[in-house]
Design a protein around this ligand. Sequence first.
Ligand code: NAD
Length: 261
Amino acid sequence: MILTSKTAIVTGSTSGIGLAYARAFAKEGANVVINGFGKPEDIEKERAGIETDFGVKAAYSPADLTKPGEIEGLIRLGEDTFGSVDVLVNNAGVQFVSPIEDFPPEKWEQIIALNLSSAFYTMRYAIPGMKARGWGRIINTASAHSLVASPFKSAYVSAKHGIAGLTKTAALELATHGITVNCISPGYVWTPLVEAQIPDTMKARGMTKEQVMNDVLLAAQPTKQFVTVEQVAALAVFLCSDGASQITGANIPMDGGWTAQ
Ligand code: NAD
């Protein structure tokens, strides 16, 4: 176990990729702070499940990461409850799809605040402790959309390109402090969010489930397979290992070949 006696905070970890990161770090012995929205009973089930499945401690923060004032409390929760924040994963994110001229300004502001600015604030509060201890791992969930664009996703693509730049900058600032900063850039990942889009798309386009998956969702992904949340989490665990200590400032695609095209 590579993270025994360490603490990991994962933003947006009440479902999907974030929950898989939290469980993978707990499996490696880390205490974890989970964060995000959802039904209180579902969140408590996930939090308690991490403790019983892996024998670590898990805390939950309801911080709304579009509100900078709530972000300091998230980092303090990790430090005060478990004594340190050693691994920080900026993962919370939302999407909105619309042509620029119709894109609601409040959606633009929300996506930039959550998918980009929240990572600036979490880093700002977590870095001093990591520097003091001389060790840290910061991992940002970017996206294939940090490397290439798609139409109608202006805010998401801008935020994801932005987080790739923030990652490089932080990596250079922290290079001599034992702290690495990297992005993982998934293509389409099989999460409840993606699965839930299928019935509507089948109806809207008159397609079968297989057609929606292959001709719509996986059109850009040459392997014609979804990435799994466990695969993304396994890369994050590797980035926390000693073997990855010279990987910093990288933007690592896990996209079935999407951005090779
Ligand atoms: P998801 O919807 O399952 O998870 C998003 C998480 O963010 C949830 O826990 C949600 O409660 C939380 N969240 C939403 N608004 C928040 C807020 N204001 N404050 C705090 N938490 C908030 O989505 P996912 O597919 O697991 O996506 C996670 C990350 O991975 C996102 O950054 C997304 O852009 C990125 N990503 C996803 C895919 C994919 O295909 N699923 C591909 C590339 C990148």
